[in-house]
Design a protein around this ligand. Structure first.
Ligand code: CO
Length: 213
C-alpha cells in the first residue's frame, strides 16, 4: 500500500503511449507553447478536476486551485496566476467554479476550530456575513449550504473584477468575461450562475478604479 504512488507513474507511461499512438507529435506540439483561452479558478477538492469535467485537453485551460476557489486579493499566488493569464496569455474567459458539498464552505459555516486553515476560512465567513440575512432566512441547512456555495462564487467573480490586473486589461480594451459556475458533485453537471461581468461599470462605484496616470 505504501507503494500505491507507483501506480501513478505506470499510468503516466501508459498515457504517453496512448497519446503517441494517436499523434506521434503530440508532445512536441504541446512543448512549442501554450495559448489557453480560459483561466480556471477552482477548488482543490480531488473530485473537481478542471480538464476532465469540461472535456478539455492539456493546453486549453490555465488552472489555479485552492480551498473553496477563493480570490483573496492579498494572495500573491493567485495574483501572479491572474496577472500571467491576463497580461501574457491574454485569456478571454475567467471561470470561478465552486462546487456543492465544498468542505471549505461547510467548515466556514460552523464554529469548530481547525488550526491554521481557519485564517483562510475567514474569507468565506466574511461572505456569509455579507449575506447573512438572506442565508438565515433559508431554514433547510443543506439549501443554506448550497446557497453559500453560490454566493461565495459570486463574490469571487466580483473580487476578480476589483483587481487592478483585470481593471487595467478592461481599460486597454481587452475583452475578458468573468463567469461564476457551480459544479454539482451529485450529477456531474456544471451550472452557470449567470453572473458574468465584463466591464468595470459592472462593479459598485467605489471599486471602479481610474486609469493609472
Ligand atoms: Co471545495
Amino acid at each position: 500500500m505504501e507503494k500505491s504512488y507507483l501506480k501513478l507513474l505506470e499510468n503516466n507511461k501508459a498515457w504517453v503511449g496512448e497519446k503517441l499512438k494517436q499523434d506521434s507529435e503530440y508532445f512536441s506540439k504541446l512543448a512549442a507553447g501554450q495559448k489557453p483561452e480560459y483561466l480556471w479558478i477552482g477548488c482543490s477538492d480531488s473530485r473537481v478536476p478542471a480538464n476532465e469535467i469540461t472535456g478539455t485537453s492539456p493546453g486549453e485551460i490555465f488552472v489555479h486551485r485552492n480551498i473553496a476557489n477563493m480570490v483573496v486579493h492579498s494572495d500573491m499566488n493567485m495574483l501572479s496566476v491572474l496577472s500571467y493569464a491576463v497580461d501574457v496569455l491574454k485569456v478571454k474567459h475567467i471561470i470561478v467554479c465552486g462546487h456543492y458539498g465544498c468542505g471549505g464552505v461547510l467548515a466556514a459555516m460552523g464554529n469548530k476550530q481547525y488550526g491554521l486553515i481557519d485564517n483562510w476560512l475567514r474569507h468565506i465567513k466574511d461572505v456569509y456575513h455579507i449575506h447573512h440575512k438572506e442565508l438565515e432566512m433559508i431554514k433547510d441547512i443543506k439549501a443554506r449550504e448550497n446557497r453559500l456555495v453560490q454566493l461565495n462564487v459570486i463574490e469571487q467573480v466580483y473580487d476578480l473584477g476589483k483587481t487592478t490586473i483585470v481593471q487595467n486589461a478592461w481599460e486597454r480594451g481587452q475583452l475578458i468575461h468573468i463567469h461564476g459556475w457551480v459544479y454539482d458533485i451529485h450529477d456531474g453537471l456544471i451550472n452557470d450562475l449567470n453572473v458574468t461581468i465584463k466591464a468595470n461599470n459592472d462593479l459598485e462605484a467605489v471599486y471602479q478604479l481610474d486609469d493609472l496616470k
